[in-house]
Design a protein around this ligand. Structure first.
Ligand code: PGA
Length: 245
């Protein structure tokens, strides 16, 4: 199976710059090797479809509402995302958990809403530096997985994705540095075993956190690493092109 590489542009770009970067991606990036997904912010999703058309690049969203259509000021529905051609949706990113206080119950509802609308949830989990230092990473991750996946049922292994992103490794943290690929492989194996018990399916697990052209291949070479979630480096054409080759 192709590895999956997701570009998470976060809220870094204007609509104009997003469309320009997407246009450049369509010219430079080949999608025969890996499955490649671009996640621009909501305002861009309505415009980017025609730019990506025919390129093989797929569309993802960075979040979705936990509710169906209704009185939810400021939210964006799964239905509308689906109708814009979105295939994947990032759920429970650490920035949303920490800065916007998203909790596991909400994340669980969002996963269900995505599945109900045939969007593929990309559930993010990761430990903070404190859990790492206290040596409780695995227990912590297991708790996050159990809470987020409570009652969730999927039909096939490709219906849901987990992104393992150690929070201390995300490039926006001042002292961030990527995890070593062998360390990542060990945690991925752990997540794989635990999610298989919860979901009865062997889902794909991506690595995220300071992925660069220098380390991407070493992560992708790991057996239990099914792909990458790339933030900062996905904003630069040259870097991202090197990551996805
Ligand atoms: P980074 O971000 O690649 O810039 O570390 C990853 C993410 O937050 O998804």
């Amino acid at each position: 199976m192709k590895k999956l590489i997701i570009a998470n542009w976060k809220m870094n770009l204007t609509i104009k710059d997003s469309l320009e970067l997407a246009r450049q991606f369509t010219k430079k990036i080949k999608t025969n090797q890996h499955e490649i997904v671009i996640c621009p912010d909501f305002s861009v999703l309505a415009f980017i479809g025609p730019v990506l058309k025919g390129s093989g690049l797929l569309l993802g969203a960075q979040d979705l509402a936990a509710f169906d259509l209704g009185a939810y000021t400021g939210e964006v529905s799964a239905r509308n995302l689906k109708s814009l051609g979105v295939k994947y949706v990032i759920i429970g990113h650490s920035e949303r958990r920490m800065r916007l206080h998203e909790n596991s119950a909400l994340i669980n509802s969002k996963i269900q809403m995505a599945l109900n609308n045939k969007l593929i949830p990309v559930l993010c989990v990761g430990e903070k530096l404190t859990e790492k230092q206290e040596g409780v990473t695995k227990e912590y991750l297991l708790r996050l997985l159990r809470q987020a996946l409570k009652g969730i049922k999927i039909k096939t292994a490709t219906d849901l994705i987990i992104a393992y992103e150690p929070i201390w490794a995300i490039s926006t943290n001042k002292k961030a540095q990527a995890m070593s690929a062998s360390e990542a492989e060990e945690i991925h194996k752990f997540i794989q075993e635990k999610t298989e018990k919860i979901l009865h399916q062997k889902v794909r697990i991506l690595y995220g956190g300071s992925v660069t052209p220098d380390n991407a291949a070493t992560f992708l070479a790991q057996k239990n690493v099914s792909g990458l979630l790339v933030g900062g480096a996905s904003l630069q054409l040259n870097k991202f092109t090197k990551i996805v080759v």
